[in-house]
Each structure stands twice: as structure tokens, then as C-alpha cells.
Design a protein around this ligand. Structure first.
Ligand code: G16
Length: 565
């Protein structure tokens, strides 16, 4: 009877969310993305997907409605797995099939078949729990309703609406809840503010005298992050934070001429900032606050900035973590015991070549993955401490459970024998970092607090930080093509495998430039091909990017001979 009830429930509710004609959805770099008005059926189906994911894991999962850095009319949906990370890639083909099922009957068949394959029992008394979050996009409210209906179409599944959140907050809540820890928004703010205070209290006394400016101005991209930072700010001391582009009425449009994506790609002053900000430490979030970059306004007469991107945030964190590990391993420490730790750095092909050189010079192990947090995160989990960042500002630091237990053991031992020693403080700092920085996903709010604490520890201004190394000039372009899936890449997206012949052309162009490097890849969040180029001068990087973009257009553009053939 339950089976019959389940079938009719799915058929009946699916009929309320017909697939828009001609649409094709794919679970890309970070879930499904499209125009908000096109997404009701996709989000409804993502609700079903999340319910099945929760049923099969026996844990809470998350469903986030956001299109992050994309324009305000866009929206999207992604699923967070029980550990708070991105949904397992093994389920992506099913997600795609479900999203594109033409009629309710197809959808039902897919659910039945997949449940069989995965041994998922629906309606057998098992329960499923899905936390829902959305950003501030106007289409979010209706889409949230579609997600609820998708969840309610699976017997035993319950949706819990967590309201308007940053993407990383939702991921954090899923992870915390499954670990049996406190998982509300106030708990999130408390954990961040406490661990930040702990790090600030551990700033060496001698460094406090040359403490840099505590003033920080943050561009909230007119998204969800600015308001959340305002709330968090109330629980903190030690920083003077001003939020602009906070999304309040009249302040501007989400991600338009502001936000981390704009600042990082265009390398110009975002709206709301200007001549009065010259030299001041500024930071930018993206629309759902999972990306963070810093910048300083260079002059009163132009809109140029000194960009401190995800690569430099990574470098700052790497220097700090490495220093704490070496303090822990100093032979002269009381209670000295060797404290081996595998520290790994994960980057993508977008990482500025100068950043990779710098990290390698520090003696660090650097590995590369394709673009997308889901790939970087997985790789970083292989280390005791894995630091991953994309140049666009998306990243975090992961601590293995084994490493945390070892740190706690050292901490307990030192707390009795040599409390207050340098050795002990280093252990405490690492523990505080593991509490502060989001262990589920890249998080602009927690990343910002860690940057600020580390700058205070180092006594560095943003200028000093930026001088860690000089970025090689780079340029990113977008090319509209007839079918972006025609581009297939390999070797962490550094080589084009298809269409045949294109890589040879890119190689030939690149060889013309000193320190030239260039790659192309299909975006997983926009309907375009991305071109990245770097070289020894800006003019050269621009030249390389433009000539490769022309080749891409020639191979794949709407009127290309290849398309016409
Ligand atoms: C998402 C992913 C990021 C990725 C970015 C751009 O960011 O989470 O890992 O770098 O898309 O992806 P693509 O170049 O494939 O369009 P966000 O901030 O939009 O969620």
C-alpha cells in the first residue's frame, strides 16, 4: 500500500512542476544553475534527490538555493552531503537524469530504478531530514517552496527551513548536526567569534606594539554575507569592520559591479568604494559569501586596485600554519616530542604561477585538481592539514580527525607541564584555527576572521602581505560558443583533448610569449568557455588571451567552420 501511495504521490506532485520545453540541466561545478524563472522543476527534483540522499545515508543533508556569483536573475540549487561537503559525484549522473526527465512517469521510473540500484527503501519507516537554505535572490522564496514539495513527495522525508543563509553556513549546519554538535546560526556565530578571540589572545605581546590598523572595509556584493557579517560583528572585539554593498534597499544590485568575482576578474574598484579608501584594507565577498578576496585602492585618480586574491590568502595561511608546526617541532621545547604533520596545498590551473613558485620555495607540497571546490576539498582531505584555495577566493583549511586528536593530546600534556610555553601556544593556535575556519566548505566569513587574526599575529599590513610575491600578469576571458560541452580537457584542465587540434594551436600561441601559460575550459556555472592566460607583462597576457579566444571562437563559435560542417 505504501508503494502505491508513494507512486501516486510522486506522479501527482511532479505533474505540478513540468520541465520547461527545450531546457537541459546539468549538475555542473556547483549544482544546477540557470535563470531563476526556469528552475522550479529542477529545484523540485533536487528536493527528491536530497530526500533520497538522506534516506540512504541515514543522516541529515542540505539543500541550498543560490547562484552565488552569478547575476541576480539567475538561481541554482546544490546538495550538501552529511559531512557538509558537496554531494558525492557518484550521484551526479542520477541528478542529471532526474532533472531532465521529460514527464512525471519517466521521473517515477528513474526514482524506482535508482532506489533499487542503491538499495534505498522508501516508505519503510525510515526518516529523512533535509536542511534548506537560500540566499537573498528574489526568485529564492518560490524555489524554496518547490524544494519543499520535492522533499514532501518522498514518504518519510522532512524539510527544515533554516531561512536566509550564506552557503557555508548551511554546509556548516549539516556537518555540525550530523556530528551531534550545536548547529544553529547563533551557534555558528559563537564558534567563530570565540575561536577568533582565542587567536587574538595568542598574538605575541611583542607584536602587539606594532599592530597594524584594525580597520577593515568589506564589500558584501549586495548579497547575504554583508548582513551576516553585521550580526557577527556585534559578538566581536578587536576589529573595526565597516560593511558596504550590504544588500540593503538602495545600495545596489547583487553582484553588479561589486563582489569577489567582479573584483578578482576585473581588478577594479567595486562600486561603493573610491578615492577615500586609498591604502585601506578592503575585502570582498561574493553573493552567497563562499568566496573572499582582499584588495586595496591604489590611487585617488584611477579605479585600479592591488588585488590580494585566493592564492595570496592561501600563501598567508600556509606561512602561518608552517610556522606553528615548526614551533611545535623545535627541539628546545620542553616535553619535546616529534610532531610529524603532512601539510598539503591544493590549487587549480587558475593559480597564479608566481604563487605556486612561492609555495614550492617554502618547501611545501603543491598538488593540482580541476576547478570546483568538490575536487579541491577531496584532495585536501588526504593530508593532516590540507589547505586549498581557488584564485577566485574559494577555499579553506582542513584538519584530519587524527591530527586534531594528536593536537588535543599534546595540548593536554602541555597544559599541565608547560602551560604558556611557545610550544603550547602553537598547539592552541592550530586548534583555534580548526574551530574558526569552516571544515565543510570555503567560507568568506570565517576566512575573513582568520586572515585578520593572522595579519595581527604577523603584524603585517595588507601591503606587506601583498608583497609576499608579485603576481604574474594574467587575463581571463569568456567566449560564447554553440556547445560548450564540445571542449573536453585533461590533466587538471591544462590540456584540451577535444576538439582535436585546438591544444596544438594554444601551444603555438603560448610559445610566442615569455613565461606564457594558457588554458581553456568549459565553465560549469555559465554557458561559456573560459580562457586564462598569463605572461611576463600585462600586454602579453592580454595578447595571449585574446588570440586564444579567437581560436576558440574559430573552432567552436556559432559560425565556425567546425560548427557548420
Ligand atoms: C563555483 C564553484 C567554484 C568555481 C566557480 C567557477 O563557485 O563552487 O569552485 O571556481 O563556481 O566555476 P566555473 O569556472 O566552472 O564557472 P560559486 O562561488 O559560483 O559557487
Amino acid at each position: 500500500a505504501d508503494e502505491a501511495k508513494q507512486r501516486s504521490l510522486l506522479l501527482e506532485s511532479a505533474s505540478r512542476f513540468p520541465l520547461p520545453s527545450g531546457a537541459k540541466f546539468s549538475y555542473g561545478t556547483a549544482g544546477f544553475r540557470s535563470q531563476g524563472s526556469m528552475l522550479a522543476s529542477t529545484v523540485f527534483r533536487a528536493g527528491i534527490l536530497a530526500a533520497l540522499r538522506s534516506l540512504t545515508t541515514g543522516s541529515t543533508v542540505g539543500l541550498m538555493i543560490t547562484a552565488s556569483h552569478n547575476p541576480v536573475a539567475d538561481n541554482g540549487v546544490k546538495i550538501a552531503d552529511p559531512d557538509g561537503g558537496m554531494m558525492t559525484q557518484r550521484w551526479e549522473p542520477f541528478a542529471d537524469a532526474l532533472a531532465n526527465a521529460p514527464y512525471p512517469e519517466h521521473l517515477l521510473q528513474l526514482v524506482i530504478q535508482f532506489s533499487k540500484e542503491e538499495n534505498i527503501t522508501i516508505g519503510g519507516g525510515q526518516s529523512a531530514q533535509i536542511l534548506l537554505g537560500r540566499d537573498t535572490r528574489p526568485s529564492g522564496e518560490a524555489l524554496l517552496e518547490a524544494a519543499k514539495q520535492g522533499i514532501n513527495a518522498i514518504i518519510g522525508a522532512v524539510a527544515i527551513d533554516m531561512g536566509i543563509l550564506t552557503t557555508p553556513q548551511l554546509h556548516w549546519m549539516v556537518r555540525s548536526r550530523n556530528k551531534g554538535m550545536k548547529a544553529s546560526e547563533p551557534d555558528y556565530f559563537t564558534q567563530l567569534s570565540r575561536s577568533f578571540k582565542c587567536l587574538m589572545d595568542l598574538v605575541p605581546k611583542e607584536k602587539i606594539k606594532d599592530r597594524m590598523d584594525t580597520k577593515l572595509v568589506v564589500d558584501g556584493a549586495n548579497g547575504v554575507g554583508g548582513g551576516k557579517l553585521e550580526e557577527l560583528k556585534k559578538m566581536m572585539t578587536g576589529l573595526e569592520i565597516y560593511v558596504r554593498n550590504s544588500g540593503k534597499k538602495g545600495e545596489g544590485i547583487l553582484n553588479e559591479r561589486c563582489g569577489a568575482d567582479y573584483v578578482q576578474k576585473e581588478k577594479v574598484v567595486p562600486c561603493g568604494f573610491g578615492p577615500d579608501d586609498v591604502g585601506i584594507r578592503c575585502a570582498s565577498f561574493d553573493g552567497d559569501a563562499d568566496r573572499l578576496v582582499y584588495f586595496s585602492v591604489l590611487s585617488q585618480s584611477s579605479d585600479s586596485i592591488d588585488l590580494v586574491d585566493g592564492d595570496k590568502i592561501l600563501a598567508l595561511f600556509a606561512v602561518f600554519i608552517k610556522e606553528q608546526l615548526s614551533i611545535l617541532n623545535q627541539k628546545e621545547n620542553e616535553l619535546y616530542k616529534e610532531f610529524p604533520a603532512r601539510l598539503g596545498i591544493v590549487q587549480t590551473a587558475y593559480a597564479n604561477g608566481a604563487s605556486t613558485d612561492y609555495l614550492k620555495q617554502l618547501g611545501l607540497e603543491v598538488v593540482f585538481t580541476p576547478t570546483g571546490v568538490k575536487y579541491l576539498h577531496k584532495k585536501a582531505l588526504e593530508y593532516d592539514i590540507g589547505i586549498y584555495f581557488e584564485a577566485n577566493g574559494h577555499g579553506t583549511i582542513l584538519f584530519s580527525e587524527n591530527f586534531i586528536s594528536r593536537l588535543e593530546a599534546v595540548n593536554n600534556e602541555l597544559a599541565s607541564g608547560s602551560a604558556g610555553s611557545e610550544h603550547h601556544k602553537a598547539a592552541l593556535r592550530l586548534l583555534a584555527v580548526s574551530q574558526l575556519i569552516n571544515q565543510a566548505v570555503g567560507d568568506a566569513l570565517s576566512g575573513l576572521l582568520l586572515v585578520e587574526a593572522v595579519l595581527q599575529y604577523m603584524g603585517w599590513s595588507i601591503q606587506r602581505w601583498s608583497e609576499l610575491y608579485s603576481d604574474l600578469p594574467s587575463r581571463q576571458l569568456k567566449v560564447k560558443v554553440a556547445d560548450r560541452s564540445a571542449v573536453v580537457t585533461a590533466n587538471a584542465e591544462t590540456q584540451v583533448v577535444k576538439p582535436l587540434g585546438l591544444q596544438e594551436v594554444i601551444d603555438a600561441e603560448t610559445a610566442k610569449y615569455n613565461r606564457g601559460r594558457c588554458f581553456i575550459r568549459p565553465s560549469g556555472t555559465e554557458d561559456i568557455i573560459r580562457v586564462y592566460a598569463e605572461a611576463s607583462t600585462q600586454e602579453a597576457a592580454d595578447g595571449l588571451a585574446h588570440s586564444v579566444a579567437q581560436h576558440v571562437d574559430h573552432f567552436l563559435g556559432f559560425c565556425s567552420p567546425h560548427q557548420l560542417a
